[in-house]
Design a protein around this ligand. Structure first.
Ligand SMILES: Nc1ncnc2c1ncn2[C@@H]1O[C@H](COP(=O)(O)OP(=O)(O)OP(=O)(O)O)[C@@H](O)[C@H]1O
Ligand SMILES: [Mg+2]
Length: 206
Protein backbone atom coordinates (compact mmCIF):
# COMPACT_ATOMS: atom_id res chain seq x y z
CA UNK A 1 0.00 0.00 0.00
CA UNK A 2 2.93 2.32 0.65
CA UNK A 3 4.53 1.48 -2.67
CA UNK A 4 5.79 4.57 -4.42
CA UNK A 5 4.37 5.99 -7.62
CA UNK A 6 6.00 7.90 -10.40
CA UNK A 7 4.02 11.01 -11.40
CA UNK A 8 5.01 13.33 -14.21
CA UNK A 9 3.74 16.82 -15.05
CA UNK A 10 3.56 17.75 -18.71
CA UNK A 11 2.32 20.53 -20.93
CA UNK A 12 3.55 23.52 -22.89
CA UNK A 13 5.21 26.68 -21.65
CA UNK A 14 3.55 28.52 -18.81
CA UNK A 15 0.77 25.95 -18.28
CA UNK A 16 1.35 25.76 -14.52
CA UNK A 17 3.53 22.65 -14.06
CA UNK A 18 6.06 24.22 -11.72
CA UNK A 19 3.37 26.18 -9.86
CA UNK A 20 1.52 22.95 -9.08
CA UNK A 21 4.56 20.84 -8.23
CA UNK A 22 4.59 22.11 -4.65
CA UNK A 23 0.81 21.76 -4.33
CA UNK A 24 1.06 18.12 -5.42
CA UNK A 25 3.94 17.42 -3.06
CA UNK A 26 2.06 18.94 -0.11
CA UNK A 27 -1.08 17.00 -0.95
CA UNK A 28 0.78 13.68 -1.10
CA UNK A 29 2.69 14.45 2.09
CA UNK A 30 -0.66 15.15 3.79
CA UNK A 31 -1.64 11.59 2.83
CA UNK A 32 1.48 10.28 4.56
CA UNK A 33 3.58 9.68 1.45
CA UNK A 34 7.31 10.26 1.28
CA UNK A 35 7.75 12.49 -1.76
CA UNK A 36 10.66 13.56 -3.93
CA UNK A 37 10.12 16.39 -6.38
CA UNK A 38 12.44 16.75 -9.30
CA UNK A 39 12.56 18.05 -12.88
CA UNK A 40 13.80 17.43 -16.40
CA UNK A 41 16.04 18.20 -18.01
CA UNK A 42 17.93 18.26 -14.74
CA UNK A 43 17.42 16.57 -11.42
CA UNK A 44 21.09 15.70 -10.85
CA UNK A 45 24.20 17.96 -10.73
CA UNK A 46 25.20 16.78 -14.22
CA UNK A 47 21.61 17.01 -15.45
CA UNK A 48 21.34 20.59 -14.26
CA UNK A 49 24.46 21.46 -16.27
CA UNK A 50 22.86 19.83 -19.30
CA UNK A 51 19.67 21.83 -18.59
CA UNK A 52 21.69 25.00 -18.69
CA UNK A 53 23.14 24.07 -22.11
CA UNK A 54 19.68 23.07 -23.28
CA UNK A 55 18.06 26.37 -22.34
CA UNK A 56 20.85 28.76 -23.20
CA UNK A 57 23.08 26.87 -25.66
CA UNK A 58 22.23 28.90 -28.75
CA UNK A 59 21.38 27.03 -31.92
CA UNK A 60 21.23 23.29 -31.21
CA UNK A 61 20.51 20.60 -33.83
CA UNK A 62 17.20 18.84 -33.08
CA UNK A 63 18.94 15.46 -32.66
CA UNK A 64 21.52 17.02 -30.32
CA UNK A 65 18.71 18.50 -28.26
CA UNK A 66 17.04 15.09 -28.02
CA UNK A 67 20.29 13.37 -27.03
CA UNK A 68 20.98 16.03 -24.41
CA UNK A 69 17.64 15.43 -22.70
CA UNK A 70 18.13 11.67 -22.81
CA UNK A 71 21.69 12.01 -21.49
CA UNK A 72 20.32 13.93 -18.52
CA UNK A 73 17.44 11.43 -18.20
CA UNK A 74 19.79 8.43 -18.01
CA UNK A 75 21.66 10.02 -15.09
CA UNK A 76 18.41 11.12 -13.45
CA UNK A 77 16.88 7.63 -13.63
CA UNK A 78 19.98 5.94 -12.25
CA UNK A 79 20.80 8.41 -9.48
CA UNK A 80 17.41 9.75 -8.38
CA UNK A 81 14.24 8.20 -9.80
CA UNK A 82 15.01 4.47 -9.56
CA UNK A 83 16.54 4.62 -6.05
CA UNK A 84 13.59 6.70 -4.80
CA UNK A 85 10.99 4.32 -6.23
CA UNK A 86 12.97 1.34 -4.89
CA UNK A 87 12.73 2.89 -1.41
CA UNK A 88 8.93 3.29 -1.84
CA UNK A 89 9.08 7.08 -2.13
CA UNK A 90 6.77 8.89 -4.52
CA UNK A 91 8.48 10.78 -7.30
CA UNK A 92 6.89 13.87 -8.86
CA UNK A 93 8.80 15.04 -11.92
CA UNK A 94 8.32 18.35 -13.76
CA UNK A 95 8.44 17.06 -17.39
CA UNK A 96 9.66 13.66 -18.60
CA UNK A 97 9.69 11.64 -21.83
CA UNK A 98 6.33 12.84 -23.17
CA UNK A 99 8.08 16.21 -23.45
CA UNK A 100 10.68 14.62 -25.76
CA UNK A 101 7.91 13.45 -28.10
CA UNK A 102 6.10 16.80 -27.87
CA UNK A 103 9.07 19.18 -28.21
CA UNK A 104 11.77 17.34 -30.15
CA UNK A 105 9.28 15.10 -32.02
CA UNK A 106 6.27 17.35 -32.65
CA UNK A 107 8.03 20.70 -32.28
CA UNK A 108 11.28 19.93 -34.10
CA UNK A 109 10.21 17.03 -36.33
CA UNK A 110 12.64 14.44 -34.97
CA UNK A 111 11.49 10.97 -36.05
CA UNK A 112 9.43 9.40 -33.26
CA UNK A 113 11.12 6.01 -33.88
CA UNK A 114 14.39 7.61 -32.83
CA UNK A 115 12.75 8.80 -29.60
CA UNK A 116 11.09 5.45 -29.00
CA UNK A 117 14.44 3.64 -29.34
CA UNK A 118 16.10 6.00 -26.86
CA UNK A 119 13.16 5.59 -24.49
CA UNK A 120 13.52 1.81 -24.59
CA UNK A 121 17.29 1.85 -24.09
CA UNK A 122 17.45 4.53 -21.41
CA UNK A 123 14.32 3.75 -19.40
CA UNK A 124 14.44 -0.06 -19.54
CA UNK A 125 10.67 -0.25 -19.21
CA UNK A 126 10.28 2.52 -16.61
CA UNK A 127 7.23 4.67 -17.33
CA UNK A 128 5.24 7.09 -15.22
CA UNK A 129 2.27 5.64 -13.30
CA UNK A 130 0.37 8.88 -13.84
CA UNK A 131 0.95 11.88 -16.07
CA UNK A 132 -0.94 15.11 -15.54
CA UNK A 133 -1.11 16.97 -18.84
CA UNK A 134 -1.75 20.69 -18.29
CA UNK A 135 -3.46 21.80 -21.45
CA UNK A 136 -4.63 25.15 -22.80
CA UNK A 137 -4.12 27.15 -26.00
CA UNK A 138 -0.42 28.06 -26.20
CA UNK A 139 -1.23 31.80 -26.33
CA UNK A 140 -2.36 31.59 -22.71
CA UNK A 141 0.82 29.90 -21.52
CA UNK A 142 3.09 32.18 -23.50
CA UNK A 143 1.39 35.25 -22.03
CA UNK A 144 1.76 33.82 -18.51
CA UNK A 145 5.39 32.88 -19.08
CA UNK A 146 6.15 36.39 -20.44
CA UNK A 147 5.00 37.83 -17.12
CA UNK A 148 7.80 35.85 -15.46
CA UNK A 149 10.46 37.84 -17.35
CA UNK A 150 13.29 36.85 -19.74
CA UNK A 151 12.43 34.17 -22.36
CA UNK A 152 14.47 30.97 -22.65
CA UNK A 153 15.14 29.06 -25.92
CA UNK A 154 11.80 27.26 -25.86
CA UNK A 155 9.66 30.21 -24.84
CA UNK A 156 11.16 32.20 -27.70
CA UNK A 157 9.86 29.69 -30.28
CA UNK A 158 7.00 30.54 -32.69
CA UNK A 159 3.32 30.04 -31.99
CA UNK A 160 3.30 27.36 -34.73
CA UNK A 161 6.00 25.47 -32.79
CA UNK A 162 4.00 25.65 -29.56
CA UNK A 163 0.85 24.53 -31.37
CA UNK A 164 2.69 21.44 -32.68
CA UNK A 165 3.90 20.74 -29.14
CA UNK A 166 0.35 20.97 -27.80
CA UNK A 167 -1.08 18.79 -30.57
CA UNK A 168 1.54 16.11 -29.96
CA UNK A 169 0.77 16.10 -26.24
CA UNK A 170 -2.94 15.67 -27.05
CA UNK A 171 -2.08 12.84 -29.44
CA UNK A 172 -0.16 11.10 -26.65
CA UNK A 173 -3.10 11.59 -24.27
CA UNK A 174 -5.30 9.83 -26.85
CA UNK A 175 -2.81 6.97 -27.19
CA UNK A 176 -2.34 6.44 -23.44
CA UNK A 177 -5.66 7.36 -21.81
CA UNK A 178 -5.02 5.21 -18.71
CA UNK A 179 -1.77 6.98 -17.88
CA UNK A 180 -2.27 10.55 -19.12
CA UNK A 181 -4.96 12.70 -17.48
CA UNK A 182 -5.84 16.04 -18.97
CA UNK A 183 -6.08 19.09 -16.74
CA UNK A 184 -7.69 22.23 -18.18
CA UNK A 185 -4.91 24.73 -17.51
CA UNK A 186 -6.96 27.71 -18.68
CA UNK A 187 -9.07 27.56 -15.51
CA UNK A 188 -8.28 29.59 -12.38
CA UNK A 189 -5.62 27.96 -10.20
CA UNK A 190 -8.18 26.86 -7.61
CA UNK A 191 -10.11 24.83 -10.19
CA UNK A 192 -6.90 23.41 -11.63
CA UNK A 193 -5.92 22.21 -8.16
CA UNK A 194 -9.33 20.63 -7.57
CA UNK A 195 -8.89 18.63 -10.78
CA UNK A 196 -5.38 17.60 -9.73
CA UNK A 197 -6.67 16.41 -6.35
CA UNK A 198 -9.32 14.25 -8.04
CA UNK A 199 -6.72 12.56 -10.25
CA UNK A 200 -4.32 12.01 -7.37
CA UNK A 201 -7.04 10.53 -5.17
CA UNK A 202 -7.87 8.01 -7.87
CA UNK A 203 -4.22 6.94 -7.89
CA UNK A 204 -3.87 6.88 -4.11
CA UNK A 205 -6.90 4.72 -3.34
CA UNK A 206 -5.44 1.49 -1.94
N1 LIG B 1 -4.32 28.40 -13.50
C1 LIG B 1 -3.60 29.53 -13.57
N2 LIG B 1 -4.18 30.72 -13.77
C2 LIG B 1 -3.46 31.85 -13.88
N3 LIG B 1 -2.11 31.92 -13.80
C3 LIG B 1 -1.45 30.76 -13.60
C4 LIG B 1 -2.15 29.50 -13.48
N4 LIG B 1 -1.22 28.53 -13.30
C5 LIG B 1 -0.02 29.13 -13.31
N5 LIG B 1 -0.15 30.46 -13.48
C6 LIG B 1 0.93 31.47 -13.59
O1 LIG B 1 1.49 31.29 -14.88
C7 LIG B 1 2.90 31.44 -14.86
C8 LIG B 1 3.56 30.20 -15.43
O2 LIG B 1 3.35 29.11 -14.54
P1 LIG B 1 4.48 27.99 -14.34
O3 LIG B 1 5.83 28.60 -14.24
O4 LIG B 1 4.02 27.12 -13.23
O5 LIG B 1 4.33 27.22 -15.72
P2 LIG B 1 5.20 26.02 -16.28
O6 LIG B 1 4.22 25.08 -16.90
O7 LIG B 1 6.09 25.48 -15.22
O8 LIG B 1 6.03 26.75 -17.41
P3 LIG B 1 7.40 26.30 -18.15
O9 LIG B 1 6.99 25.29 -19.16
O10 LIG B 1 7.88 27.54 -18.78
O11 LIG B 1 8.30 25.75 -17.08
C9 LIG B 1 3.27 31.71 -13.41
O12 LIG B 1 3.46 33.10 -13.25
C10 LIG B 1 2.07 31.21 -12.63
O13 LIG B 1 1.89 31.95 -11.44
MG1 LIG C 1 8.16 25.27 -15.18
Amino acid sequence: MNKGCFITLEGGEGMGKTTNLVFIRDFLVSLGKRVIVTREPGGTPLGERIRDLFLTGGEIAPETELLLVFAARAQHLRDVIEPALASDAWVVCDRFTDASYAYQGGGRHVDSEFILNLEKMVQKGRKPDLTLLFDAPPEIGIARAKNRGVSDRMEAESLAFHSRVRNTYLLLAGLFPDRIRLVDASLPLENVQKAITTHLKSLCVP
